[in-house]
Write a protein that binds this ligand. Structure first.
Ligand SMILES: [Zn+2]
Ligand SMILES: [Zn+2]
Length: 236
């Protein structure tokens, strides 16, 4: 823990929390006004062709995929700012609120009983050491407790660091994440299960599709995905 984090904690003992996005003292790390400014109207979408649906179908009518994702909203405005503060400025406290908002959105489109286990998109151990946390794991703890679904951080592992991904052109990303993940499931516990994968932002989807590809090899039934935000750009 950095000295600055300690100091922040000390200050918060004497001053009530202020909204980390608008800066107003409202006893909330993300205030209701800011939350109300999040456009959460984004619909479930196919992880392969990006077609949107009013409800999650069995099969995508466009590409026959059965893997659908849903995000809390689009990567813009308040949501973008909150995600950046959470992820890059290590305001871990925002994870609780973002996890709650994600749970709320999850419950609109999913039945908790239709998911057997929640897994995070893992980050590489070296990255984990540098950043100190995987934002997806923080969100999962909230989602799991709000929706009473089991989770595990062990099945899916990242075996190759691919963090130059953001700097890569879209058409190179798929190739870059190839074989970046591995499944540790000696007892075949994932076989026949419905998985919910959690990640922070869906951009091109290459990372999530690679996770789905590796998971599919273990005989899972279906893989669904949930993100904090989805980037606006859908044609690449
Ligand atoms: Zn605010
Ligand atoms: Zn599709």
């Amino acid at each position: 823990m950095l000295f600055k984090d300690l100091l922040d904690g000390f200050i918060d003992l004497f001053y009530p929390p202020r909204c980390l996005v608008c800066g107003v003292w409202k006893k909330e790390w993300l205030c209701e006004d800011c939350i109300n400014n999040i456009d959460d109207s984004s619909l479930p979408f196919c992880c392969y062709c990006m077609k949107e649906f009013m409800d999650i179908p069995d099969i995508c009518s466009e590409c026959n995929s059965s893997n659908f994702g849903c995000s809390l909203g689009y990567y813009e405005g308040v949501l973008r700012e909150a995600i950046c503060k959470f992820k890059y400025e290590k305001k871990i406290i925002l994870g609780q609120k973002l996890g709650e908002l994600m749970s709320r959105k999850f419950l609109i489109f999913f039945r908790p009983s239709s998911i057997n286990i929640i897994l995070p998109v893992p980050i590489h151990p070296v990255r984990m050491q540098v950043r100190g946390f995987n934002q997806a794991e923080i969100l999962i703890r909230v989602l799991s407790s709000k929706c009473s679904i089991e989770y595990s951080f062990d099945f899916l592992q990242r075996v190759r660091d691919t963090y130059s991904q953001v700097k890569l052109p879209y058409d190179k990303r798929e190739e870059n994440v190839r074989d970046a993940f591995e499944i540790i499931d000696k007892d075949f516990s994932l076989r026949g299960k419905n998985i919910l994968l959690i990640d922070d932002v869906f951009t091109t989807g290459s990372t999530i599709r690679e996770c789905i590809r590796v998971l599919s090899k273990t005989g899972v039934n279906r893989v669904f995905t949930m993100f904090l935000a989805r980037s606006w750009k859908t044609n690449f």
